[in-house]
Design a protein around this ligand. Sequence first.
Ligand code: ARG
Length: 569
Amino acid sequence: MVGLVNNMKNKIVDLIAAHVDGLSKEDIAALIEIPPKPELGDFAFPCFRLAKTMRKAPQMIAADIKEAIGDVDFLEEIQVQGAYINFFINKQIFVKSMLNEAFADNFGSSTVGNGQTICIDYSSPNVAKNFHVGHLRTTIIGNSLYKIYSKLGYDVVRINHLGDWGTQFGKLIVAYKNWGSEEAVKKDGIAELMRLYVKFHDEANNNPKLNDEARAWFAKMEKGDEEALSIWQWFKDISLIEYKRTYDLLGVDFDFYLGESFYRDKTDNVVKMLTDANLLTESEGAKIVDLEKYGMAPCLILKNDGSTIYATRDLAAIFYRKATHNFVKCLYVTGQEQKLHFAQVFKVVELCGNEWAKDQLVHIPYGLVSLEGAKLSTRSGNIIYAEDILLEAIDKIKTIIEEKNPDLPDKDETAKKIGVGAVLFNDLYNQRIKDVSFKWEKLLNFDGETGPYVQYTHARCSSILRKIDCTPSSEVDYSLISDEESMALLKEISRFPKVIADAADKYEPSIVARFAVDVAQSFNKFYNANRINVEDEAVKNARLSLVYITKKTIKDAMALLGIECPEQM
Ligand code: ARG
């Protein structure tokens, strides 16, 4: 574990460990608390658990430990309050070390992940369908996890597992041939493909023969028929152009676009492996893996016509990724409705004799997007495109800027950073499993717990630093930083390394988003209490150093969410 706070904590663990019996250093570290109020010190150690082994009242134990520790250079004071020992870090040492740590380029970074690879499978929309709000969530969460793990030194492989294979493409080809045209698809792209798909289902209701035709076209695709594949490839190219527009707006990228189709020649191997492991059983002509023992429905591997399904291709993908990247973790960011699917697939991998499946394959579900109360523009057929949401957010911010700050340079670029940032922040601020609601007034509010609020605080820091002409430095008179608000701000910032580590452990970008708001709020309290541009150079420099690390930390925290912070707004 990294960071100054942790160093201090470790030092305190060592001090306590030298004077108690029956508790390991790990036990002690786990017991140490960060007190809720500054009057109770910076760290507190409760002595209740020692009462048994040391056969004394916890209050007495606390007093004895304090006595035994005596005077220590980095501690201002040790107090006993009831069964607690409260440690007060020497303020000047804390300020000095904290400033040095936060000024460093790599503040918050770590090397724990060095030499280890994590695959993240996210976004993964279904070709020929629109990129909707649900896919927006996986894209935003996956991208943030990528940034968080990279910060911790992992090699992260970003994979877009496009839904680009399956019988639906047979249907689409039939629909295109019967009711479509090249011009219409060229002109309307995905919207036209979706229209054709709906049309197919309407027509097939009265004419079931169409389903046979569709199956036949998909069978042709599976056999490598040139015509079938070229139409399919064209639909895919058209879809990707539209998806990439959304990715560009979001600033999201991938190392690999390897959709389901990539695994079509790799599923035979999966079937062979499952057969060799004696896992396949026959059920109504289909091949399945029975998972009853594990309280799950069977995992379907081959349909009764011998074709593979989503799960078969996911199995192939896991073995391919393990062989290619030798990941220590492979994460899947999708909605909760796929919980069973992943539980089944992971179990099947494990049953093939791969113990690693138990902790290396992780499904990361998230809640729904509720559009209740939101006025979002829709394209024909009331369909909401993620792209439109982002464009609308940018547009609304542009209007606000025109009203409030018409002379701002780079208005378009800034509106994009704030508008897109607001949508991302709204998505990441609550635990990912919670539903996300979409209310423009709320998420674009410059005063709430929002992206624009955090960005605005960052821009305020930038403006202070711009106006006062001097180079911020960590070499200041540390004794000049001691008021309550300054200390609270420093303490808040000092949490950054731990925040990143926790967010990674729990796959929870919201921990970073909340931290960004906490720092912004602490800064605004500090700023209300302290004038920065004062006569006294030493005081000015000391305060500027806090402004500087606030700006830097907010910018870095927001970057972990995929959000850029403009210098001015
Ligand atoms: N295409 C799927 C969907 O839109 C998501 C794919 C997730 N990744 C995976 N390896 N199954 O629901």
